[in-house]
Design a protein. Structure first.
Length: 239
């Protein structure tokens, strides 16, 4: 399968390259137990993540200036803790900060490192994530993700799916939109990228949201490339 003229592959990270839910639940489990909460760590991970889009929407809508995702995560953490019966006012600030940095320690999906390493032989590979640069660096170093460039939302000063997030990333790479392929496990992300002129590649992560996931189980449009995972994507692109 060919994506003629594409020079760079850019990747959604949370859920597409790394398994945020399992990673956050693992890190949250001892914290919750230590603070007397019987909540399921996976339920807590979902509660924390559920605040992700609403927090970014306040920035997208201009209700607040652009801030890094680390800042939004830290604010959302306190609300998520209250939801599972932990009063953040009773937790030392440095302990909350350490838990917030769990988003810097996410595990890759099993196929991620091999797939990216193969794709890197033929294309520039880089994240196009709503995560900030420091977060992307930490995830990459811990997981061994072989990015050619580490980009974060600060580059665009905009959160996906705003067009600026896609177009400014292409501009920073010195490429036209059609020379960039957005790779993601989320159909909405690809639709927004496609509307900006980027090429698109989809592969599902059917357990990103746990065993009962109902979204993004299959390609909902005829994307340029549809693969099983990152290794399969590399195979289909002759990398």
């Amino acid at each position: 399968m060919s994506i003629s003229g594409v020079k760079a592959l850019v990747f959604d990270v949370f859920g597409t390259v790394v398994d945020w839910r399992t990673s956050i639940a693992r890190e949250a489990a001892p914290f919750l137990a230590r603070h007397g909460s019987a909540a399921d760590p996976a339920v807590f991970a979902d509660a924390w993540r559920a605040r992700y889009q609403p927090a970014m929407e306040a920035v997208r809508a201009g209700a607040r200036p652009f801030v890094r995702l680390d800042v939004l995560h830290r604010e959302n953490l306190e609300d998520a803790l209250r939801e599972v019966g932990v009063d953040p006012a009773g937790v030392p600030g440095d302990e909350l900060d350490r838990l917030n940095l769990a988003w810097h320690r996410l595990d890759p999906w099993p196929d991620a490192v091999e797939g990216l390493t193969r794709l890197k032989r033929r294309f520039v590979v880089a994240p196009l994530s709503n995560g900030n640069i420091g977060m992307m660096v930490d995830i990459a170093k811990r997981a061994g993700l072989p990015w050619d460039a580490v980009l974060g939302a600060e580059v665009a000063q905009a959160y996906k799916p705003l067009p600026e997030a896609y177009l400014r990333t292409a501009e920073v790479l010195g490429l036209e939109p059609g020379e960039v392929c957005m790779c993601a496990a989320h159909n909405e992300d690809l639709a927004a990228a496609q509307a900006c002129g980027l090429r698109t590649a989809f592969f599902a992560r059917p357990t990103e949201h746990g065993p009962d996931q109902t979204t993004d189980l299959h390609a909902e449009q005829d994307w340029d490339v549809i693969a099983d995972d990152l290794v399969d994507l590399a195979r289909r692109l002759d990398a």
